[in-house]
Design a protein around this ligand. Sequence first.
Ligand code: FES
Length: 123
Amino acid sequence: MSEDNACWQPACAIADLEQGQFSEFRLPRKTQEPDTLPQTGFVFLDNGKPRAYLNQCPHLGIELNWMPGRFLDADNLFIQCSTHGALFKPGTGECIAGPCQGDALTALEVRVTNGMILVRAPE
Ligand code: FES
């Protein structure tokens, strides 16, 4: 496996993901301190195109969702942080309302290989 391939990790099969559905995954940390939780992310289809972000609110750095796979607001328009209600545009991750307005979710690189959605964390 080349160095480039080693950076990519599978998130889920693209066939298992329907529009409006979110799939969560864990990312290995480069340095794993004993008390740190694994870093997590989520992937979904944005107009049929897979898109992935770290599951980390820019406000306090905690996970966005309380319920597995539940990331959208009541109108299913924006990604919403469960803690203080910040709203993020699904296509860009930009926060448009809430305590971290103007900040953004951290996007992950995404590619599809052999039917699997692969993600790569930012360096
Ligand atoms: S922790 Fe997400 S809005 Fe405060």
